[in-house]
Ligand binder design. Structure first.
Ligand code: HEC
Length: 141
């Protein structure tokens, strides 16, 4: 990670922290559920499950955007996680996340909540690749 990239990532994490403290007040206390119609959205890249293309550049995108909070193996133990108030960054390999539908994870990545930033600005295909990447970490467990 370059120094610039590092400071940008930290800046993003700090901003998210500030936003998280305010919106966390409203978000806390209830389970984070995606709307029913979002849960049923089909993963357009799921049909080609064993094709390495379903991951695209997800590993790189995760390193750039997610590991500060979610950690290198998606366990929710990134360097910024300790400083964040609850709810803490999710452990992508937990049975709770594993039991969610692709559509639900896609919706959460897109919309964010509290300290979890929304990633709607990333192309849709890239967000599905992120879902597939999370699935690949779950499979490794
Ligand atoms: C600034 C810290 C931060 C960053 C960066 C971040 N997240 Fe999160 N993420 C969180 C927090 C905190 C939660 C828990 C939110 C809650 O439960 O309200 C979360 C939750 C999630 C969940 C929901 C898990 C579940 O099913 O409940 C997914 C999926 C997720 N993050 C994916 C990502 C992806 C993919 C990226 C990168 C593109 C990313 N996150 C970047 C902090 C972060």
């Amino acid at each position: 990670m370059s120094a610039l990239r590092k400071s940008l990532t930290i800046a993003v994490a700090v901003t998210a922290l500030a936003v998280g403290i305010t919106s966390g007040i409203y978000a806390q206390g209830s389970d984070w559920k995606a709307p029913a119609d979002a849960k049923n959205v089909k993963n357009p890249l799921a049909a080609k499950k064993n094709d390495p293309k379903v991951l695209g550049d997800a590993k790189k995108a995760v390193e750039q955007n997610c590991v500060t909070c979610h950690g290198p193996n998606g366990k929710g133990d990134g360097p910024a996680a300790a400083a964040l108030p609850p709810p803490k960054p999710a452990d992508w390999t937990s049975s709770r996340v594993a039991s969610e539908t692709d559509g639900e994870i896609f919706w959460k990545i897109s919309n964010g909540r509290g300290a979890m930033p929304p990633w709607k600005h990333l192309p849709e295909q890239q967000r599905w690749e992120l879902v597939n990447y999370i699935r690949s970490l779950q499979a490794k467990k």
